[in-house]
Design a protein around this ligand. Sequence first.
Ligand code: FAD
Length: 546
Amino acid sequence: MDKILTNVNRAERLRKSTQTQYDLIVIGGGITGAGIALDATLRGIKTLLIEKKDFASGTSSKSTKLIHGGLRYLKQFEFGIVRETGLERAVAHNNIPHLVHPEKMLLPIVKKGSFSKWSASLAISVYDRLAAVREKDRKKVLSRSEALESEPILNPQLLKSAIAYSEYRTDDARLTIETIKAACREGAEAFNYLELDSFLYHNEKIVGVKCLDHTTKGFLLFKCTQVVSAAGPWVDKLRDIDGSKKGDTLHLTKGVHIVVPHEKLPVKSAVYFDAFDSRMLFAIPRGKITYIGTSDTNFTKDMNRILCTKKDAQYIIDKVNRMFEMPDLKLEDIISTWAGLRPLISAEGKSNSELSRKDEIFESPSNLISIAGGKLTGFRKMAERVVDLIIEKNDTFPEKESLTKKYKIHSDSFVNYEAYQSLKSSLTEKYKSRGISSYDVWYLLTTFGKHAISIIENALLSDLPLEQALMQEEIQYSIKFESSLEPDDYFNRRSGRIYFDIASVKNNLDFILSQFKDAFSWDQEKLTASKAACQSLIDDVSVIKD
Ligand code: FAD
C-alpha cells in the first residue's frame, strides 16, 4: 500500500513515520504545502506532509477556482505577480489538463465603471503579452451589440462595450488533492487529521514536531532536518508557537461566494464585472449552477468556522442585480455558499483590495521556514522557491533543480486537452442510452480524470439506483485512494458536490453516511455524531445567517 494517499492502514503508516528520520516536514495540506511536498520529493528530499483537518480544508477549497494572472493587479502595477501567475496558467493546463480548463471571460465596460474601453483594452493587451497568451486566444474588443449578443442578460442601460479574453478554471480542492497524491506516488508520506501541536528543539534549532492525531486523540513525535510551515491563514499561529512572530504579520480578509441554480443567473460564459466600489466580481457558470464572488472584508473571528453572512450575500446580490437584467436575484435563491480567508501580508495605510497578493517567506532563528500569501495559480513557482531555499540551507539535501514544470500531476494523465475533450465526447455518446447524462460524464471526468470510466462501469453493474451507485464508487475511491475519513471529506473536497450539486448530498446523506460506517466499522455513537456534524455543515453553507 506504499506510494498512495490512503488512511486504510493509517495506524501502521503513522507508526512507520514516527520511526523515520525525514529531511522535510511540511505543515499544511493546502495547495502551498502540496506543491512543496511534490517539488521536494521529486528532488529526492524525504518528505512528510501533515494537515490538521482535511487536505484543502483551508483557503484551498474556498477560492474563486480560477487559474489566472489577476488582471486587477495591473492596476496596482504588480507586473511581477501578473507575469509569473500569467505564465503559470499554461503550465498548470499542460500538467493536469482535465482539471485546468480554458475559460472565456467577458469584461463588460459600463457607465461610471472602473475601466474605460481604452484602459481595459490596454491593460488586457499588457496582460496577454505578460502571460504569453497565444495569438488566437488574445483579447477581443466587442461593441455594445456584440457584447449583448454574447451575454444577453447584461444590463443594457449600463453597457457600453465589452472585452473578451482568456483565463483558466479549475477545482482548487481537487488540484490540491491530486498534487498530494502525486507527491505520495513519488515517495512522500501525507496524513490528514494530524495537527502540529509544538516543535521539538535541539540547541534551539527545530529537529521535529509533536502532533495531535485527531483520530485517536493521541500525540505523536516525528523527526526531521527541516520544517516548512505552509499553514496559510494559520502561519502566524505557528510562528507564535515557535516564538518567532516578528516583523511583517498576516492580515486576514474574508472572501465569500454564493451559488445559485444556473437558470437564476444563466450567464453563457464567465463575466468579470464592476461592483462600482473599486472591486470587481466574477459570475462563473459551472454545470448546474452559477457561482458569484467575491467580497473582501477584514476578518478577526473564529478561523475554523468561516461563514457567508446575510450582509456578505446581500452585497453580492445587489451587485448582480445592478449588472444583469434578470428577475431580481434574492437571498432565497442561494443554494450554497463558501467563505475563505486570504492570508495577506499587512501594510500600513492600504485598503484590503490594495494589499499585495505576493507570497512572502519568513525565516526564524530556530530554522522554521514559513510561506504565506500568494495565489493558487502560482503554487508551483512558490514551491520551487521554497525548495531552492531549503536546499541552499541544508548541505545534506540533494542539489537538484525543480522538476515540476513538465511533470504530469495525474497518474493516468491526458496527453493534452484535446485528448480530454475527445474522451468526454466519446463517453457521452457511449453511455447516453444507459442513463448516464452528459452532466454526469463532464462532472466525473473533470473530477476524477480517466478513473471516471471505472466509476461508471462499476456503477452500471450495481443494483442501486444510478445516482447512489455512482456515489458509492466515488466514495470507495475517495476512501481507498484519497484518504477520505469523514463524509464531508467526500462531499466537500473530493467531489465538490456540496457546492455544485447540494441536492445530491441532502437527498443521499444517510446513504453516504452508511458507506463510511461500513468502511470504517463505525458504532452507532460515531454514526450519530457524524450525521450531526454533516447536518451542521450543510446548514452552514446553505442557510444564510445574520
Ligand atoms: P490553505 O489552503 O489555507 O492551507 C493551509 C493549511 O494548513 C490548512 O488546510 C490548515 O488546516 C493547515 N494547518 C493550519 N494549522 C495547522 C497545524 N497546526 N497543523 C497542521 N495543519 C495546519 N488564487 C487563485 O490563484 N485563483 C483564484 O481564483 C483565487 N481566488 C481566491 C478567492 C478567495 C475568496 C480567497 C480567500 C483566495 C483566493 N485565491 C485565489 C488565493 C488562493 O486560494 C490561496 O492563495 C491558496 O489557496 C492558499 O493556499 P495555502 O495552502 O497557502 O493555504
